[in-house]
Design a protein around this ligand. Structure first.
Ligand code: AMP
Length: 190
């Protein structure tokens, strides 16, 4: 094939092109926060597809038998990734949403407290579960999700994000909990 090209197969967008599709909204939800808004990435067909391709490229080497996504934006990337990997999806839910007996973890946000909950009956003992969310900031949310999954019997070694904000120290906090961090793109600042 001339030039090694494959007809019908379009090369995916680069990580830089994905980054350019994310909208930054200053001072949301409060002064000083640069909100990294994935709405504009999701609305772009090529961007959405490339983000799942790139997540799958990273996740393939990690050998998880389930993907856990954190409500709500982690559901979007996590479900698509699970489909691509051919594994099941585990929703880590916000407080009060599950209709069955569940376990919960409280954690601190920049302003106030939050809680995530899980139905532990959907985790098999020793099952390897990959945590997925749209963005890593301080790491509190992903750590709470990993703790919950571990309490349910899962082996959790890795967390995968579309975006990392390295200055907020999330990867270091995750490492202290014996979690490796993977992210497709990084943004400076908060
Ligand atoms: P943290 O627990 O501090 O790592 O915060 C991560 C969670 O908060 C993720 O579910 C993100 O969706 C959300 N989040 C935190 N900071 C931002 C930000 N600057 N832009 C967009 N989402 C954020």
């Amino acid at each position: 094939m001339p030039g090694g090209e494959h007809p019908g197969l379009k090369p995916g967008l680069s990580r830089d092109a994905l980054k350019a599709l994310i909208r930054t909204v200053p001072d949301f939800p409060s002064a000083g926060i640069q909100f990294r808004d994935i709405t504009t990435l999701l609305a772009d067909g090529e961007g959405l597809s490339a983000s799942i391709d790139l997540l799958a490229e990273v996740a393939t080497g990690l050998g998880a038998s389930k993907v856990a996504g954190i409500e709500a934006r982690g559901f979007i990337f996590g479900t698509a990734l699970a489909l691509r990997l051919g594994v099941g999806f585990v929703p880590v839910r916000k407080e009060g949403k599950l209709p069955v007996e569940c376990i919960g973890e409280d954690y601190s946000l920049e302003y106030g407290e939050a809680r995530v909950e899980l139905d532990p009956s959907i985790i098999a003992p020793g099952e390897k579960v990959l945590v997925v969310d749209d963005l890593l900031a301080t790491g509190g949310t992903a750590i709470a999700a990993a703790r919950l999954l571990r309490r349910a019997g899962a082996e959790v070694t890795d967390a995968l994000f579309v975006i990392d904000l390295p200055e907020l120290g999330g990867a270091k906090a995750l490492a202290e909990e014996h979690l490796r961090t993977h992210a497709l793109i990084e943004f400076d600042g908060h």
